[in-house]
Design a protein around this ligand. Structure first.
Ligand code: FNR
Length: 451
């Protein structure tokens, strides 16, 4: 069972807190690492799989093959899964799924984004303490691992303490407090006094958060800890910008951090887009330099790695993984996808006369950024002097289908996709097939033809 005393913690950060960054934080000295916030209902669409090649446990979204959560043994006793939820039963279902793969579960009660608030999650739970309490109680009473939550502060210390006392009554093992109110933004000063007041008045460990603006070197973490009177400190932006902030020996140059990060991204077959996002957040204003601009042009992991002299490392690792049978990220076959019956019903209502159609679904995980159907089609059109195709997307309820027009002909996939981008790619696959630029066998290989 993990303890929350005297810990340096990587905060939950959407898109940043994926496996490579968590492992990097641990390598540099973090004691605990939080995942990015994972939304309960999205998580429930996933299936657990052992990835024998990477030696990871993957939770794979069954609707598109993307990886919702990837974890490995190195972090097993140190990773805290943060959930976005507004519902005790759903939260428990997810927690039960992952109970044996993570060290603890945290509930996000501090996110002020519209998406969260509208869904009754994040800070919305601070305005609905009874619901917040019931979620925590349900988890505490039914799980074998610790449960915690992360909140923001109210305007007064008394109101903040009142809420914390109520939440503590659920049996949670610790509470993280971001010392800003729901309307304050990162540039506002952090209210260390309110965090301190709560820490002095509750019986469980309080984890101080919100100090990154003043944390430029490792020693500053302890100043923040002292100011807040907390036992543990959680860092988001300071770690996002330079993860070696966790090193007690001192900060490393960002090129070293990027290299260390990229090796992990390659080792764990992280997606190029997520890798790029994380490196962008390390580079920040350096994206304006010639090398930064070159980096922004990159689309594959290998191209990114080459800038930091790791091109060969990436190539070797990727070909090793390919030989072992990995193909991009998870190969998902249509049989494993959600049954398409709901989609077919919608499809039947639409007239498709004069349109070449096939039932092809676009499975993002089976493509890399360079062989996306649209990229291939546009490249071919360019090389052969054709005008680029146009895309017209229809939406019915929450499903999308695109009619692609190319050289006066119309193409579509009768498989309704969950977003516009995927629908366009699906239509592009149909067009590629009819132009003879991809074969049925190839389509089957990427698992795209639906029965
Ligand atoms: C965040 N934050 C956040 N908080 C949370 O509870 N769940 C999340 O998924 C995220 N996502 C996220 C992404 C990014 C890019 C940033 C910068 C922040 C908030 C974060 O955990 C923290 O509370 C604040 O950033 C304040 O702490 P720092 O940055 O001052 O250390």
């Amino acid at each position: 069972m993990i303890s929350y005393e005297n810990k340096l913690i990587l905060a939950p950060m959407v898109r940043v807190g994926t496996l490579p960054m968590r492992l990097l934080a641990l390598k540099y000295g973090a004691d605990l690492v939080y995942t990015e916030e994972l939304i309960d209902w999205k998580f429930l669409r996933s299936k657990r799989r052992n990835n024998d090649i990477l030696k990871t446990v993957d939770y794979v979204d069954q609707t598109d093959g993307t990886i919702v959560f990837r974890t490995c043994d190195t972090e097993k006793d140190k990773v805290v899964l943060q959930l976005g939820t507004c519902d005790a039963e759903r939260a428990l279902k997810v927690a039960k799924l992952v109970e044996n793969d993570v060290a603890a579960i945290d509930i996000n009660m501090g996110c002020p984004k519209e998406f969260s608030i509208k869904g009754g999650m994040g800070v919305a739970l601070m305005a609905n303490p009874e619901r917040a309490l019931s979620i925590l109680k349900t988890l505490v009473n039914n799980l074998s691992i610790p449960v915690t939550c992360k909140i923001r502060i109210f305007e007064t210390q008394e109101n903040t303490l009142k809420l914390v006392e109520l939440l503590v009554s659920s049996g949670i093992k610790a509470i993280s407090i971001h010392g800003r109110t729901r309307d304050e933004r990162p540039q506002h000063a952090v209210h260390t006094d309110i965090i301190r007041y709560v820490a002095e008045n509750v019986s469980i460990p309080v984890i101080a958060n919100g100090g990154s603006k003043e944390i430029e070197k490792h020693g500053d973490i302890y100043k923040f800890k002292e100011l807040t009177g907390c036992t543990s400190v959680m860092l988001a932006r300071a770690a996002e910008w330079n993860c070696s902030i966790f090193r007690k020996e001192g900060l490393l140059p960002i090129d070293t951090v990027i290299k260390d990060y990229l090796k992990l991204a390659v080792d764990y077959d992280n997606s190029p887009s997520n890798t790029k996002y994380c490196v962008q957040n390390i580079l920040r204003e350096l994206q304006e330099t010639p090398r930064g601009k070159q980096f922004l042009e990159c689309q594959t992991l290998e191209q990114i790695c080459a800038i930091w002299d790791l091109g060969e490392y990436c190539q070797e690792k990727q070909s090793q993984y390919q030989k072992m049978g990995i193909q991009g990220r998870w190969q998902v076959t249509p049989d494993e996808l959600e049954p398409p019956h709901k989609k077919s019903k919608v499809m039947d209502q639409i007239e498709v006369e004069g349109i070449t159609q096939m039932k092809v679904c676009f499975i993002r995980a089976n493509f890399n950024d360079l062989n996306l159907p649209k990229v291939r089609l546009h490249e071919w059109a360019g090389k052969n002097g054709h005008k680029l195709p146009t895309y017209d997307t229809q939406q019915v309820e929450k499903l999308f289908r695109t009619i692609l027009t190319f050289n006066g002909k119309k193409y579509t996939s009768s498989f309704w996709e969950k977003n516009k981008k995927f629908a366009e790619q699906g239509a592009a696959l149909v067009c590629l097939f009819h132009l003879g630029l991809t074969t049925e066998d190839e389509l089957k290989k990427v698992g795209s033809i639906m029965k």
